[in-house]
Design a protein around this ligand. Sequence first.
Ligand code: C2E
Ligand code: MG
Ligand code: MG
Ligand code: MG
Length: 286
Amino acid sequence: KLDGRSTFRFFEPAMDARMQARRRLELDMRQALARREFLLHYQPQLSLADDRLVGCEALIRWRHPERGLVSPLDFIPLAEEIGLIVPIGEWVIRQACRDAASWPRPLSVAVNVSPAQFKSDRLVETIVSALSLAGLPAARLEVEITEGVLLQENEKTLHTLHRLRDLGVRVSMDDFGTGYSSLSYLRAFPFDKIKIDRSFVTDICAQTNPGAKADGEAIIRAIAGLGRSLGMTTVAEGVETEEQLHRIRAEGCTDVQGYLISKPLPADDLLRLLGASATPASGARR
Ligand code: C2E
Ligand code: MG
Ligand code: MG
Ligand code: MG
């Protein structure tokens, strides 16, 4: 008992510091929207059928006055926990639609939508109004969800997904293969696109990448085949090397996204890329 108590005391200051940091982050985040500290980067996606850019994924960043550019991995989970993801997510959808409407070519734009946004009731209305304000056709918007959304799969979630689909918005399953029952989600809803998680791409090319597990490529092959049978686009995420690209092509994925094609770009840089590359592939593969 004495041991337990001293252990507790030992951890207390560290815990306190963590709680304070969290509280600080929360306060800062509550101001960030009004202070226009969020921004979107866009990562291009390439179709392997013709080596053309077909779309971009919008990825949020937070330009924090003291911390600099903060990764979504460091604030989205907290935003979700405290409900701030709803207004932040609405901003993402409006901004992404506006930006996409200004692109010189009709690429699609994908936004990540979190479980809390799905539960909020406002998602469909937000999307309808963002599309109409921006003058963006629904077919150019894509919503990416992870298994977290379907984890609490219920009538309402599916109803929302079907309403989006009826609008003409496309729906993608993100980080596919990392969840506990990825396959059953494919039966729950007819997704347009499967995004194969980066971890499987990292695991291909086991000969040249000693740390890789040998089965990445087999899994990618299987998912690509599944996508073909179900009539879904299959995107390999996180492609970083020519060799990975070569293998992914051979395994029959339809699209790729990753640093090899391009890192996520500030909106202006993306505009330059789209404007500069009359033949998209040369711009994309530079
Ligand atoms: P995600 O949706 O799976 O996005 C892909 C992540 O992989 C992005 O990280 C992207 O920068 C990174 N990535 C792309 N290609 C490569 C590559 O070749 N190598 C490596 N190492 N990484 C690559 P990012 O931008 O840090 O975003 C992380 C996650 O944060 C996203 O994962 C998504 O789950 C979440 N997120 C980002 N923006 C939003 C948003 O607006 N709303 C919500 N709810 N979540 C977001
Ligand atoms: Mg995503
Ligand atoms: Mg992903
Ligand atoms: Mg992810």
